[in-house]
Write a protein that binds this ligand. Structure first.
Ligand code: F6P
Length: 360
């Protein structure tokens, strides 16, 4: 299943899971439209063959669809999902999505025995029918352009998005230089500044705003002016400022592209704003994401086969170039603690947590 916002590399992940599953002797189903597919069942649960995922490696988005499913948030929806899984003979779920989708999956796993019990007590299924489905195995693959998950160096899709942003900023640079203009480029990333920081580094931006390193409220305007003037005085004909969508100052006030533009205009620069939007999520995956998705997809299937009811649900990550299994719940908890640290203005802690999660 792919769930949450799509990310380049999700199709390669599906391809790897389907083919590794078949290789290891499993019956593999694609769940279409995220959790909606589990709740609605029927045609949205499709048994996959080797050929069904042909050409997935080089296709962007997710061919099996993704959705935000309100029904699955309710116990009633999860009960129907459990029923649909059992009648199709499904006892394991590999979810490729962001932290919300993976948390939902782990909750489903912990609730599973009571859902099965209810299906029997309500007469929907017999004790014999549920016998092989006492436990549900969950494995998480992190698919998100934001690179916002702890305990892994890279999420599937982040490097493709970074590539896309860098390419777009190069295009913008050409016109900026021609007109001697300033551009404020707003990039995605939700509460995480990875895309902003790395695209700024990759394109030599003059200034970068990210949530994890908020500048001083009321003071950043002067700092921005100083830096941009210094660069202009050195003969630079363009000014590029990257603003991550979650950018804030140290009083937690949002810093918007409009705020930044005003400062640059005040400096006398002819300024335009470019919000890159969903082009950052589109297009095919770069080679790194195809490789990551493939290696992780195979590892996810192995994890399904090796996980016992006592093992915590694993999330497949990559640390120092090695594909690893991490406890899913812990990784989500660490990810949330970065957001909490930012919210309580403990910015050093937020930075340390991001760093330490890379090191773990
Ligand atoms: O999580 C991926 C992401 O693209 C974020 O960077 C962004 O904040 C959000 O999804 C946009 O969501 P939507 O596609 O629903 O507008």
């Amino acid at each position: 299943m792919t769930s949450g916002g799509d990310a380049p590399g999700m199709n390669p992940a599906v391809r790897a899971v389907v083919r590794a599953g078949i290789y290891y002797g499993c019956d593999v189903f694609a769940v279409y439209e995220g959790y909606t597919g589990l709740v609605e069942g029927g045609d949205l649960l499709k048994k996959m063959g080797w050929e069904d995922v042909r050409s997935y490696l080089s296709e962007g988005g997710t061919n099996i669809g993704t959705a935000r499913c309100k029904e699955f948030r309710q116990r009633e929806g999860r009960l129907t999902a459990a029923y649909n899984m059992v009648i199709n003979g499904i006892d394991a779920l590999i979810v490729c999505g962001g932290d919300g989708s993976l948390t939902g999956a782990d909750l489903f796993r912990s609730e599973w025995p009571s859902l099965i019990e209810e299906l029997v007590s309500s007469g929907k299924l017999t004790t014999k029918e549920v016998e092989p489905y006492k436990n549900l195995t969950i494995v998480g693959l992190v698919g998100s352009i934001d690179n916002d998950m702890s305990s892994t160096d890279a999420t599937i899709g982040a490097f493709s998005s970074l590539e896309r942003i860098s390419e777009m900023v190069d295009y913008i640079d050409a016109t900026a230089k021609s007109h001697s203009r300033a551009f404020v480029v707003e990039v995605m990333g939700r509460h995480c500044g990875w895309l902003g920081l790395m695209s700024g580094l990759s394109t030599g931006a003059d200034f970068i705003f990210i949530p994890e390193r908020p500048p001083k409220a009321g003071k950043w305007q002067d700092d921005l002016k100083k830096v941009c003037s210094r660069h202009r005085n050195k003969g630079k004909r363009k000014t590029t400022v990257i603003v991550a969508e979650g950018a804030i100052d140290d009083e937690l006030n949002p810093i918007t592209s409009e705020d930044v533009k005003k400062v640059l205009v005040d400096l006398g620069l002819d300024t335009r704003i470019t919000t890159l939007g969903h082009v950052q999520r589109g297009g095919t995956a770069v080679a790194y994401d195809r490789m990551l998705a493939t290696l992780q997809g195979v590892e996810a299937v192995r994890a399904v086969l090796e996980t016992t009811p006592d093992t915590p649900s694993p999330m497949i990550g990559i640390l120092e170039n090695k594909i690893v299994r991490q406890p899913l719940v812990e990784a989500v908890k660490l990810t949330k603690s970065v957001a909490d640290a930012i919210e309580s203005k403990n910015f050093n802690k937020a930075m340390n947590l991001r760093d330490s999660s890379f090191e773990e």
